[in-house]
Write a protein that binds this ligand. Structure first.
Ligand code: NAD
Length: 521
């Protein structure tokens, strides 16, 4: 194995170390002896340099025609597509999810590149009417300025790209602070954008942990923070942005649920539940951590689910046939296990899993087996709090309405799913579930780049990433009016005055002969 490399920050088009010279290691979660590289441990000084570079680049970048910006993004997408396998392997090594999934992560970045590039030829605003004559009205999108982008580790390329590409196509410049557990994918993204011709300073990369993130949030020249991560950190960021009136988009945790009705296609519901609960080792914000199954189907479904979960092959995501990789780190494994202990103490029944995964080579990484509880009460912490691991609860219910109430009985509201053949249940679920995303006869996971993505309640603060709605995060609306009457026109007031004038004039014989009166011009 080659010795670990030293990686750098990217500021103003140059690769530079952190001012302190300190670094942190990036370790393969499937094999803690495999140190991938050392990355700069950045602080406020590094963040300031990056923000200043982004500030310098902004006046020119905002004037680059959006279709030209789009060409750079498209080229970056094509380069990512060309290097898909290489990027996926590197991502599996630093993040742990299986190759099939890291290929999907790269594909999502490619898709976002083409979607955002296309936006360069749209960025539609609205033309409108005016209540006054000889006046043209429209609203157009303006860039916000320097943006601060903070991402988590579970989608090392897709989540940074969901922020970087919409930010850039709208004419903003950016400082990206990726998660400290997956910094290499961010380095590759920047290298690709550099190769695609992105001008210096338009995107800057600062590695590090909470200190770097906090410095970015607090920097007064940063006009917008786009954050994806835990609700705890999101709340801190939201508080600061609230105080300083900084624009802020927060995508946070979830406690997602799948409902299986008695009339569902059970095989389909089973595959959906297994993928929803254990895909990405349960480390998805949309993971199905509560599965509600109608009472006549419950024991059959439980048997099928446990059987299938037991068969899941755990191991190094690079290896063929492996279905589930490790958790991101030992810290995360400890956290997941603590939740399992809490569940046991609260009185839920542990059906399978619930301890370090055993098997050849598994002691070298942060592996944890598929873990399933039954007998969990809705108010238990394992039913309320985000675990972010391969742990789920199977819960029976009698009536559809009861299931909907249980699904909504959490502080979060990201994703949800219903398996049923009955269109009436489907339509009611769409109407009544409190979540940003509802899938019918599909698992809780499966975002597409052209569809708005985000959640309600503690999951978000009202924005939606991806789709057209991402543009509303990364641009400011400007209303524009062009008055070509050549005189002062007063909205709301002229209309009344003209009516009065007309009334007064209607008392004179001459005005009567002039017809209905003057136009409000
Ligand atoms: P995290 O909140 O610990 O960290 C996220 C990012 O914030 C990292 O880059 C981290 O360095 C940075 N950070 C930490 N403290 C900070 C601070 N005080 N100020 C500024 N930045 C700070 O989350 P994580 O463990 O990386 O990711 C897991 C969480 O992300 C889960 O809760 C998951 O649900 C959530 N997530 C949400 C979505 C979504 O779209 N809703 C998508 C993926 C992940």
């Amino acid at each position: 194995m080659a010795p670990p490399k030293k990686y750098l920050n990217y500021i103003g088009g140059k690769w530079v170390p952190s001012r302190s010279g300190k670094t942190f290691p990036n370790v393969n979660p499937a094999d803690r002896d495999d140190v991938i590289g050392f990355f700069p441990e950045s602080g406020a000084e590094d963040v300031s340099l990056a923000v200043e570079a982004a500030e310098r680049a902004f006046p020119e970048w905002r004037l680059v025609p959006p279709p030209r910006r789009g060409e750079i993004l498209l080229k970056a997408g094509l380069l990512m597509k060309e290097r898909k396998e290489e990027l996926a392997r590197l991502m599996t090594r630093e993040m742990g999810k299986v190759l099939r999934e890291t290929r999907g992560d790269v594909q999502e970045a490619v898709d976002m590149a083409s979607y955002a590039a296309g936006e360069g030829r749209r960025l539609f605003g609205q033309t409108s009417t005016s209540e006054l004559r000889d006046k043209f009205a429209m609203s157009i999108r303006m860039p916000v300025g320097v943006t601060g982008l903070i991402s988590p580790w579970n989608f090392p390329l897709a989540i940074p790209v969901w922020k970087v590409f919409p930010a850039l196509i709208c004419g903003n410049t950016a400082v990206l602070k990726p998660a400290e557990d997956t910094p290499l994918s961010a380095v590759e993204l920047v290298r690709i954008l550099e190769e695609a011709g992105l001008p210096k300073g338009v995107l800057n990369l600062v590695h590090g942990g909470p200190a770097a993130g906090e410095a970015l949030v607090r920097h007064p020249a940063v006009r917008l923070i786009s954050f994806t991560g835990s609700s705890e950190v999101g709340r801190l960021i939201g508080e600061h942005c609230g105080k300083t009136l900084k624009r802020c988009s927060l995508e946070m945790g979830g406690k997602n649920a799948q409902i299986v009705m008695d009339d569902a296609d059970l095989d389909l519901a089973l595959e959906g539940a297994v993928w929803g609960a254990f895909g990405t080792t349960g480390q998805r914000c949309t993971a199905a951590s509560r599965i509600f199954v109608q009472e006549n189907t419950f024991s059959r479904f439980k048997k099928m689910f446990l059987e299938r979960a037991r068969q899941i092959k755990i191991g190094d995501g690079m290896k063929k046939g492996v279905e589930m990789g490790p958790l991101i780190s030992e810290v995360q494994r400890k956290r997941v296990h603590e939740y399992v202990e809490i569940g046991r103490k609260e009185g839920a029944k542990l059906e399978i899993g619930g301890g370090p995964a055993r098997g050849k080579g598994l002691d070298k990484g942060s592996f944890y087996p598929p873990t399933v509880f039954t007998g969990a009460h809705p108010k238990m912490r394992i039913m309320q709090e985000e675990i972010f691991g391969p742990v789920t609860c199977l819960v029976p219910f009698k009536r559809f309405e009861e299931a909907i109430r249980s699904v909504n009985d959490t502080a979060y509201g990201l994703s949800s799913s219903l398996y049923s053949r009955d269109v009436n249940f489907a339509m009611k679920a769409i109407r009544d579930i409190e979540a940003g995303v509802t899938y019918i006869n599909g698992p809780t996971i499966g975002a597409e780049v052209h569809l708005p993505f985000g959640g309600v309640k503690n999951t978000g603060n009202g924005h939606r990433e991806a789709g057209q709605t991402a543009l509303d995060i990364f641009s400011e609306w400007k209303t524009v009016c062009v008055d070509f009457s050549g005189k002062l026109q007063k909205v709301q007031i002229d209309v009344d005055e003209l009516k009065h004038e007309a009334a007064e004039n209607s008392d004179t014989p001459t005005s009567r002969s002039q017809g209905p009166g003057p136009h409000p011009a």
